[in-house]
Design a protein around this ligand. Structure first.
Ligand code: SAM
Length: 177
């Protein structure tokens, strides 16, 4: 399954930490790319450094507005999953979503335009209480991949963690240092 993420809507006050965390969760939970409207080159640098150390080729693309990318992805055969507390229950939607081959997951920041509800193939609520795009995204990505995202390799890493019950075990790739 190919998974990409787009973050739409603007916060009144830009919150780079939340934006960075949305990107980090996307990468760590198996998405290939995130599109975002909050343009801060530092976020791209941060994720670039993470890729360099921990591997993989996760990409950030800055966009001027969300609509053209959502429409383009629909034309390319992506199904649009919009995360919203008003949406159908994730417990009911997850099975259908798992069958899709290409997903564009839409998360909001503060104000979400009405139109996205009509453009989405699935409007999905992770519970019907307001919480956060970071948690909603992580839970959706986990539900649709059933934990398999954590088996994925991140190629060409400088460092690789060997999971251990005690302490820290990190394998260093000498050819990459
Ligand atoms: N009041 C905003 C609205 O009505 O769109 C909520 C903004 S919330 C801080 C930011 C984003 O987190 C939402 O746009 C949505 O993508 C996600 N989110 C928050 N709670 C959610 C929930 N219970 N289920 C799914 N997504 C949720």
């Amino acid at each position: 399954m190919v998974i990409e993420v787009v973050r739409i809507g603007q916060r009144l006050v830009r919150d780079d930490r939340v934006t960075t965390h949305v990107a980090l969760v996307s990468r760590a939970f198996g998405a290939e790319r995130i599109f975002m409207t909050e343009i801060n080159p530092e976020i791209k640098d941060t994720l670039g450094k993470i890729n360099d150390t921990w591997g993989g080729s996760f990409e950030i693309e800055f966009i001027d507005s969300w609509k053209p990318i959502v429409k383009k992805k629909k034309e390319e055969g992506f199904k649009i999953v919009h995360l919203s507390m008003y949406g159908e229950k994730i417990n009911d939607a997850q099975e259908e979503i798992r069958k899709e081959e290409k997903l564009l997951i839409v998360v909001g920041a503060e104000k979400v335009p009405r139109e996205i509800y009509e453009l989405a193939d699935y409007n999905v609520g992770v519970g019907s209480q307001p919480h956060s795009e970071i948690s909603a995204l992580a839970i959706l990505l986990d539900r649709i991949q059933k934990g398999q995202q954590f088996e994925k390799e991140f190629p060409n890493a400088k460092r690789k963690i060997i999971p251990t019950k005690t302490g820290k075990n990190v394998q260093v790739n000498e050819t990459r240092d």
